[in-house]
Design a protein around this ligand. Structure first.
Ligand SMILES: [Zn+2]
Length: 343
């Protein structure tokens, strides 16, 4: 805890706040000019109404400030990641399905509530930005932060900059069609990559394995979750291990698309499905190895060291909020220069 930067009397604008808003929880982090965390708080996301969600985000920010014993008057700016389609120039959230937000002028709401400049960005874009600035070394200029949870998408850093695309939709590779006759996706299309690789794919395949008597559930439990499949695989259940291997191989092919399209140095995996552990990582690498054995091009591009799992405690999204608000500190230490200290 580096409180020293905050102790000077009359010093204004000594911290920034980074916030990661998820469908389940909100994390807010207060960071000083030397990029030390002085306060952090996590609260449950109130999804009762759009106003209720907004209030729970503000409450989390205020709690983090209180923990850091930092008055609001010392906050220079806040960077907030929202899971949805965001216009970062106006700070408007056009569509955030999980929060039930549609055409919400979020930057304006937060600025009115907090009285400081607030910047809004898509949560996954922010996670990519945060990971890039604080958890990679300066040799990395091109990377993809891939989140695998209920869905699959990537945040892209290309030539050292966040790449949003023409409509802020860059990285939505979970909806690349792998099989036009495959299962119907939430987006309406059929056979999207995420139908084979994201959390629901594990529970669907797990349910089939239960029906075939290859996987057992406690009698009181009706539905198989992805976590059930991960646990069964770790206890040695062959059907569960096969599910992880199949889904991981699909993801290996999906990540190959990203690598071939953007020539990234690193693929960082984040999100709940990474809890599937080593088996999952090996399934991806086995698929890359299979391709590498056939093709010198694949061997050159699909190097195992390009794949990295983000430790859960890294909180890349909130750090991305810090990076977004960071231009409030023109003379602060360059984030890249302290990157290795945070690895
Ligand atoms: Zn889809």
């Amino acid at each position: 805890m580096a409180m020293n930067a905050l102790n000077g009397e009359g010093q204004q604008g000594q911290v920034v706040v980074g916030v990661d808003v998820g469908g389940t929880t909100i994390t807010a982090m207060v960071v000083d000019t030397s990029l030390q965390v002085c306060g952090q708080a996590t609260q449950t996301t109130d999804k009762s109404t759009p106003q209720g969600t907004f209030k729970s985000i503000v409450a989390t920010i205020l709690q983090a400030l209180e923990i850091g014993q930092t008055p609001l008057s010392q906050v220079k700016a806040a960077g907030i990641g929202i899971p949805g389609k965001v216009d970062p120039t106006t700070g408007t959230v056009h569509l955030a399905v999980n929060l039930n937000w549609n055409h919400i002028p979020a930057a304006e709401w937060f600025q009115q509530a907090l009285g400081v400049p607030c910047y809004i960005e898509n949560d996954l874009h922010l996670a990519a930005l945060g990971y890039y600035h604080f958890f990679t070394d300066s040799s990395i200029q091109n990377m993809a932060y891939v989140s695998i949870g209920t869905g699959l998408a990537a945040g892209l850093i290309l030539d050292g900059r966040l790449y949003r695309g023409a409509h802020g939709m860059a990285g939505e590779f979970g909806h690349i069609v792998m099989d036009p006759h495959g299962p119907t996706c939430n987006c309406g299309n059929r056979g999207c990559l995420e139908m084979y690789t994201a959390g629901p794919a594990y529970s669907r395949a797990g349910q089939e394995a239960v029906a075939q008597g290859k996987l057992l559930l406690p009698p009181e439990q009706a539905n198989v979750t992805a976590v059930d499949v991960f646990n069964a695989a770790q206890s040695g259940n062959l059907a569960a291990q096969e599910i992880i291997h199949t889904a991981g191989a699909f993801l290996g092919r999906g990540l190959q698309i990203l690598i071939m399209a953007y020539d990234v140095d690193k693929i960082i995996l984040g999100g709940g499905v990474t809890r599937a552990g080593d088996l999952f990582r090996h399934a991806i690498l086995d698929e890359w190895q299979r391709q590498a054995s056939l093709s010198p091009l694949a061997a050159e591009m699909l190097k195992p060291e390009k794949l990295e799992c983000a430790p859960l405690e890294h909180n890349a999204g909130a750090w991305g909020g810090v990076a977004l608000a960071h231009n409030a500190f023109p003379h602060a230490v360059s984030p890249q220069r302290i990157a290795n200290q945070r690895r």
